[in-house]
Design a protein around this ligand. Structure first.
Ligand code: HEC
Length: 157
């Protein structure tokens, strides 16, 4: 047994020496990336069925799109969200196109209704904040019905 102890201690020392190596030219983004070592794509796979944190519990959306609701959502989106979100490209925030292919409906609504807590605690929202250089999603004080209408609009994009 004793024969093994020294090589093991040696190895441990070697590892800890490597770990403490620091480069001073580290960007803020790299530092964040170390704290959250998983990429958004990895997290998206892991949390595909995740509801996020907020007032909305998991729910199923009906197969057919409710056009009236979607129109209502479009109006809300255009007045309260386009300062940061563009439908066809990444802007200050991500494009909402195809969002339901990568997120749960309840997650999307919780992100709209409770963004402050989401970016602090939700693994996906935290990583999004990093990818968008620390600019947080703004709480636009929508009601649950308004958020649901915006979600319906997102389905038409
Ligand atoms: C002041 C800018 C700003 C406004 C206004 C804003 N957002 Fe955002 N939003 C962001 C940013 C930045 C992100 C990504 C980074 C983050 O989550 O902090 C984001 C993320 C999101 C996400 C998650 C997207 C994804 O790919 O997972 C949704 C959904 C969203 N916003 C919906 C909305 C809706 C709906 C409105 C209007 C009611 C709105 N946002 C208004 C800046 C904004």
């Amino acid at each position: 047994m004793k024969k093994l102890v020294y090589p093991i201690i040696g190895l441990l020392l070697l590892f800890s020496a490597c770990g403490s190596e620091k480069s001073s030219s580290e960007s803020v983004k790299d530092k964040y990336a170390k704290k959250a070592p998983k990429s958004l794509a990895e997290l998206e796979k892991e949390y595909q069925k995740y509801n996020g944190i907020g007032p909305v519990a998991a729910f199923e959306i009906p197969a057919d799109i409710d056009q009236t609701k979607a129109e209502e959502g479009k109006t809300i989106f255009e007045s309260k969200c386009t300062a940061c979100h563009k439908v066809n490209k990444k802007f200050i925030g991500p494009s909402p196109k195809d969002i339901l292919k990568r997120r749960n409906p309840a997650w999307v609504m919780n992100m709209i209704l409770n963004p402050d807590e989401m970016v602090q605690k939700d693994p996906l929202a935290k990583q999004l904040l990093i990818e968008f250089n620390g600019s947080p999603m703004a709480n636009q004080n929508l009601t649950e019905d308004e958020a649901r209408a915006v979600l319906e609009y997102f389905r038409t994009l």
